[in-house]
Design a protein around this ligand. Structure first.
Ligand SMILES: Cc1ncc(COP(=O)(O)O)c(C=O)c1O
Length: 400
């Protein structure tokens, strides 16, 4: 038994949570058990709650400066103690969110119609953002083999050589597959991008969910002065703070980060920080390393439960391998031969469960679904039973 009780569960009632109160509208049905959007049914760590309460007691929430020693100090401490990476104050900047940062970097480095590379299956918001900004999605699909998802370096190099390809959005660890990139892979990516003038955005928001944490290699570790690389991350996933507007980016190119900070401050008028978020960053990064380690152990237990349950009860229909990272289970149903729409409808109507359909992470079809496991184990069991019921019935119906 650890120090923290992740079995406890959390009440979302009355909080207008997207995961709970947004499910009926999105899935078109009431009463579904939701496991889709990537936030956690886990209460924030005590030091964060305490620090925020103390900050509220001050009763002043005026415009707040993020360029301060406590903000830099907390981030530097986290990166040093968790990943052995040393950062300088000026390399770190606050931004309203990871997706905001990605959108603005894409706008700064490309014109309408230019190409941006993503790897599918891909976090669906990247696809939406590129469409929303009128940029061309240049897909470099993963190659799936028995060892998992492999990056197609040959295809990547060919795509990077195209004149209109200016940016690559890299996701490490990767959502939805849970892939953790090796140092060798990162070096090759950096080299190809440098040779072809392709800017790298490395979205590392799931970085604290690499198990074991020593296996995480950040793009920051390869970054040299002037490199056309930006790392963007935040505490939204790790500490369940997604609704507190914040993120930060790391860049070793002074000209570029100045331009980005100027855009955030002048073009968008968002130069000041969310003061509660700053308080949370400080408490989380200085005091909650042990909490994150135990949370990862708990998630590993949830993944083990899923793997065992699928092996015992659903191996005729589903394929699943515990991911090395994230709290997202990426489950395949290729064995059933069923199409995406049939399975999605069945999960909702037969199983009464809301998971993310794999199709939204791809350009066409994708016989997977994404199941968020950052919940207490009792709920994970309920989810698994609902998935079981779905496949048991749908395979009977379609076999007739
Ligand atoms: C890979 C990835 N990037 C970014 C985000 C969202 O980050 P933010 O809320 O800071 O924009 C998510 C949330 O699911 C994510 O999975």
């Amino acid at each position: 038994m650890g120090k923290y009780n992740f079995d406890k569960g959390a009440s979302r009632e009355g909080t207008y949570s997207v995961q709970y109160e947004g499910t009926d509208a999105l899935f078109g049905r009431k009463g579904l058990e939701p496991f889709w959007i990537a936030d956690m049914d886990i209460e924030i760590a005590e030091p964060i709650a305490e620090a925020m309460k103390n900050r509220i007691d001050n009763r002043i929430f005026g415009y707040t400066i993020w360029q301060n020693p406590k903000f830099y100090g907390a981030i530097k401490h986290w990166w040093h103690s968790r990943f052995g990476v040393d950062l300088e104050d000026e390399e770190i900047s606050y931004a309203p969110s990871v997706l905001f940062t990605i959108g603005e970097v894409v706008r700064q480095h490309t014109e309408t119609g230019d190409g941006v590379i993503i790897t599918t299956p891909s976090y669906n918001a990247f696809i939406g953002q590129l469409k929303g900004n009128g940029r061309k999605i240049v897909d470099c699909p993963f190659i799936e083999d028995t060892d998992g998802y492999q990056f197609d370096f040959n295809n990547f190099e060919t795509l990077c050589k195209k004149n209109d390809v200016k940016v690559y959005i890299h996701c490490n660890p990767h959502n939805p597959t849970g892939k953790v990139w090796t140092r060798r892979e990162l070096e090759k990516i950096r080299e190809i991008c440098q040779q072809n003038g392709v800017f790298i955005i490395s979205d590392e928001i799931h970085m604290d969910f690499v198990r074991p944490k020593e296996n995480f290699v950040s793009m920051v570790e390869l970054m040299e002065e002037g490199d056309q690389v930006l790392v963007t991350t935040g505490l939204g996933k790790t500490f369940n703070l997604a609704s507190l507007p914040h993120s930060y980016f790391i860049s070793r190119d002074k000209k570029f980060r100045t331009a980005l900070n100027q855009a955030i401050g002048s073009k968008y008028g968002m130069g000041a920080a969310n003061s509660l978020a700053l308080t949370a960053v400080e408490a989380a990064y200085n005091e909650c390393g042990e909490w994150v380690d135990e949370l990862n152990d708990y998630l590993e237990g949830n993944f083990q439960l899923i793997e065992d349950y699928i092996d015992q009860h659903m191996s005729d229909w589903l394929t699943f391998k515990k991911p090395e990272a994230t709290y997202l289970a990426w489950i395949g149903y290729e064995k059933t031969g069923l199409d995406d729409d049939t399975v999605h409808k069945a999960l909702v109507e037969i199983g009464g469960i809301a998971v993310s359909p794999g199709k939204i992470y791809d350009m066409e079809k994708n016989q997977h679904f994404r199941f968020n496991v950052a919940s207490n184990r009792e709920r994970i069991k309920i989810g698994l039973e609902r998935i079981h019921k779905t496949f048991e019935e749908i395979t009977k119906i379609t076999a007739k």
